[in-house]
Design a protein around this ligand. Structure first.
Ligand code: CUA
Length: 335
């Protein structure tokens, strides 16, 4: 319960309530370390709650002692009882609690860092400002996708993390801890989802102007549904059917989009930007900066730098509106 000074103006009290409600609301949902959906996140949430209990115990004891010596017994204390209060309450008790918490936290590290008993690997590279995701296949090939990660429930998945440009940090708060992506190195993280659902990941290290627009959705699926999904993502792009989408494909190739983007099964084989073979099936656009619909596609292609400052992709706002609409029709058909 929050106690506010009744003399405070009403709007300040309302502000306090709103701030507290909002910050507590942030603990729920699909991007919260306190609503765990993975083995690693569960351990981290347990550690958080034990740390909270420990700090509340220390706080309660110190406040209790302060009240005791100022209110209950404000008179001078004898040397022995003063020493007992200071050494016992001020040194021994906090040191014991903090040491116990430190040992507990250190004991979790081997489990959180263990990379054995792996069911599959996924490679993710943090780029400015999107995610290149590769699913290695049994035949040695890899399916390359972008900005969305899907995982089968109940498996231990080893993420191999890298970066070609600056340091990023890979974090899916609901599923596991946070690991930096460092140029020239491969870092690893094991994720073991414990329930299905859609969660949100983010870059957790400042990496440039659009750091805050570098997010992704994570879908944990039943293993059969995951297998079907990955098999579909491995297929070549379907040819456009609608007339508008056909014009969109011509515009895509004529404007040089294929120099940076791959659409498997077409002449577009660029490697700089995200693979777009099945872009229409994704939940978000531009590393989850926009929803994935035609209106957002038109906005993204025509005003790239306004949506995502400093992005490498040039804006194609000079194209006629019907050409932008055709491009959006083509891309949204790439499911
Ligand atoms: Cu990538 Cu911050």
């Amino acid at each position: 319960m929050i106690r506010t000074d009744p003399r405070q103006p009403r709007r300040y009290r309302a502000g306090w309530l709103l701030a507290t409600t909002l910050s507590l609301a942030g603990c729920e949902g699909r991007q919260s370390a306190l609503a765990p959906a993975g083995a690693g996140a569960e351990r981290i949430a347990e550690l958080f709650w034990w740390m909270t209990v420990g700090s509340l115990l220390i706080w309660a004891l110190v406040i209790g002692l302060a009240l005791y010596v100022t209110r209950a017994h404000p008179e001078a204390h004898g040397v022995r009882s003063a020493r007992w209060l200071i050494i016992g309450g001020g040194v021994v008790f906090p040191t014991t609690v903090l040491t116990a918490l430190l040992i507990y936290g250190l004991m979790l590290i081997p489990e959180l860092r263990a990379t054995g008993d792996i069911d599959r690997r996924i490679e993710v590279a943090g780029e400015q400002w999107w995610w290149r995701v590769r699913y290695p296949q049994e035949n040695g090939e890899a399916v390359e996708l972008a900005n969305e990660i899907r995982l089968p429930l109940g498996e231990r998945i080893l993420f191999r993390l890298s970066s070609p440009d600056v340091i990023h940090s890979f974090w899916i708060p609901s599923l596991a801890g946070k690991v930096d992506m460092i140029p020239g190195r491969i870092t690893e993280l094991v994720v073991e989802p414990t329930r299905t659902g859609t969660f949100r990941g983010a870059c957790a290290e400042y990496c440039g102007a659009s750091h805050a627009l570098m997010n992704f959705q994570v879908v944990v699926m039943e293993p059969d549904a995951y297998r079907d999904w990955l098999a579909h993502q491995a297929t070549l792009a379907r040819a456009p059917t609608a007339e508008q989408a056909r014009r969109g494909q011509q515009a895509f190739l004529a404007n040089g989009c294929g120099a940076c983007h791959t659409v498997r099964g077409t002449p577009a084989d660029g490697r700089l930007g995200p693979d777009l073979t099945h872009v229409g099936s994704r939940l978000g656009l531009g590393a989850d900066a926009l929803p994935n619909d035609r209106e957002a596609l038109i906005r993204w292609i025509g005003h790239t730098g306004e949506v995502k400052p400093d992005v490498r992709m040039p804006a194609f706002g000079m194209l006629p509106v019907d050409e932008l609409a055709a491009l959006a029709a083509y891309l949204s058909e790439l499911e």
